[in-house]
Structure formats: C-alpha cells, structure tokens
Ligand binder design. Sequence first.
Ligand SMILES: *[C@@H]1O[C@H](CO)[C@@H](O)[C@H](O)[C@H]1NC(C)=O
Ligand SMILES: *[C@@H]1O[C@H](CO)[C@@H](O)[C@H](O)[C@H]1NC(C)=O
Length: 295
Amino acid sequence: MSRRSMFLIAAAVVLLYFSIILFMLNPLHGSRGGYYGGGYMNSFAFRHDPPVNWCSELRWRNPPSPDVVALASYPGSGNTWLRYLLQQVTGVVTGSIYMDYGLRVHGFPAENVTDGSVLVVKTHAIPSDSDKFKSAVLLIRNPRDAILADFHRLHRGHIGTAPKSAFKKKSHENKKSDWATYVSTQLTAWESLNQMWLTRFPGPLHIVFYEILVRDTRNTLQGILDFLSYNVTETAMNCAMANKEGIYRRKKKYQDFEPFTADMYKALDQVRNRVLSMVMDYKRKHSNVLQVGYV
Ligand SMILES: *[C@@H]1O[C@H](CO)[C@@H](O)[C@H](O)[C@H]1NC(C)=O
Ligand SMILES: *[C@@H]1O[C@H](CO)[C@@H](O)[C@H](O)[C@H]1NC(C)=O
C-alpha cells in the first residue's frame, strides 16, 4: 500500500470518528428549545408561498444515469431539505417514490420519478429486492427530532407545529397517551429502517448525519456529490450555500415545553446508540473502499 493511500485511509478514519463524536455529543437531553434541531422540516411550510429561487434553471439529468441512487431516510430527517440543496447545487431535479402534490408544485417537479433522469430518489421505505437502486445515500437524524418532526407533519400537514394538546390525547381504554404509543412504535421503525439499509442493502452506501449536514453543510454536500460522481463549480456551490435555508424553516414554538419523558429519553438513547454502532460496524467492514473524508 502506498504512503498516500495509507494517509488517505487514516484521514478518512479520523474524520469518520470525529463526525460520529459530533453526532454523539449532540445532547438528546436537556437542550431546552433545541427540539427543532436545525429547524428544517421534512416538508414545506408554505407560509408566504414564495417562489423558490433556483441558482440555475432546473433540468432533468441528461444523459440519464444508468444507475439509480436512493436518498433513504426515516421521515422527518431532512430528506426534502437535502433534495433542495442537491437541486440548488446541481440544477438537476431529484425524484421520489412518492407523489407529493404539494412538493411537486413547490420546486420538486420530479415527484413520482424513480429512474436515472433524476439525481437521487427519495424513499422512506426499507430496501427490498425489487428495488432498482444501485447505491444509496442514507440520511440519519437523531430519533428524537425526527420523530417529533414527523409528528408535527402528521398533525399539521405541511405547515406549522402540532398543538400541545396533541401530546396529551388518549384513546379510550388506553393507559398511555397516543403520543407515548407513537414514540415507541416510531422508535422501532426508526431503528429498523436504518438497520435494514445498513445491513441488507447490497450496493454502496453513503451515510450522512443530518446534524452534521446542518453544521457543516458545504463539506457534507460536497461529500455526497463526490459519492454521486457529480462535479459542480465553485460558483454553483457558493450559490447553493447562499440559499441553503430555502423557504421552509419551521417556526420555533413551545420552547418551554418538553414532550419527552425520562423513560422516552432512555429508550431514545439506547436505540440511537445501537444504530451508531451499526454505522461503525458498516464503516469497519467497508473501510478499504471508504470514500475518503466523508461520513
Ligand atoms: C406515478 O408514476 C407511475 C409510473 O410512471 C404512474 O403509472 C402513476 O400513475 C403515477 N402516479 C401518480 C399519482 O401520478
Ligand atoms: C470532475 O472533475 C475532475 C477534476 O477536475 C475530473 O478529473 C473529472 O473527469 C470530472 N468528472 C466529470 C464527471 O466531469
């Protein structure tokens, strides 16, 4: 092995552990007012309904790529925001296995397109043998914020936040609140989605932590572009960074309100740590083909 490749592998390993440490240090507990993390929602808040200003006019991938790349995540993990960033920086549309009419008219014309004419294809599903995905970007957000973001989306569609009462509501004969039941089923879903992509998907996988995407948007986005073998100019990257917030930032609300109990935090921590060790296992197994420098 040459000195250069040894250096690159060492650098990659250092960066990987640094990123995981950043992710781990992000406290789940006690960060009052921090429930909304970066504040980016999975879906749009069409508050003023402004048109999206694209850095360059959106186009289809031409020629189409022979390989289809999944953009996989649990709901509420910033999938739409990452699609937005990718569209800003490349000018190429991103697809989805779903047809979200709201998104289609607000900057995502390739809803329900799942072929090589798009850059990546959004999915919240677990990988299956019938997929045509050759590779995947797996976007992981900490389960507390992802579950809460999706709960808001379910209660308020594409706008705003769930009312406080939504966290208290109980169905008949149920001891637990609907919210508590929701947290435990969704936590299981969060774990199994990430586990399936980390252990069952046969193709190359590029793992992105949402928290690191928020903190270091430029380098994280560049890492994804390298994984996609898609070159962009520095001008395009600068323009995307100048417009990185897009039109969808959820208003922060209820900063004095804690929807999660101590027991929920315990469960969230355990599950998150299990997934993080699966990420480390994945990286260890694939370290000889590690894409240098990215997580
Ligand atoms: C999505 O695309 C498929 C295949 O192109 C098409 O048959 C289907 O009608 C589309 N769904 C919607 C809701 O437009
Ligand atoms: C991307 O840029 C690199 C370095 O400038 C070049 O070697 C490579 O061929 C380019 N790839 C594509 C797909 O344009």
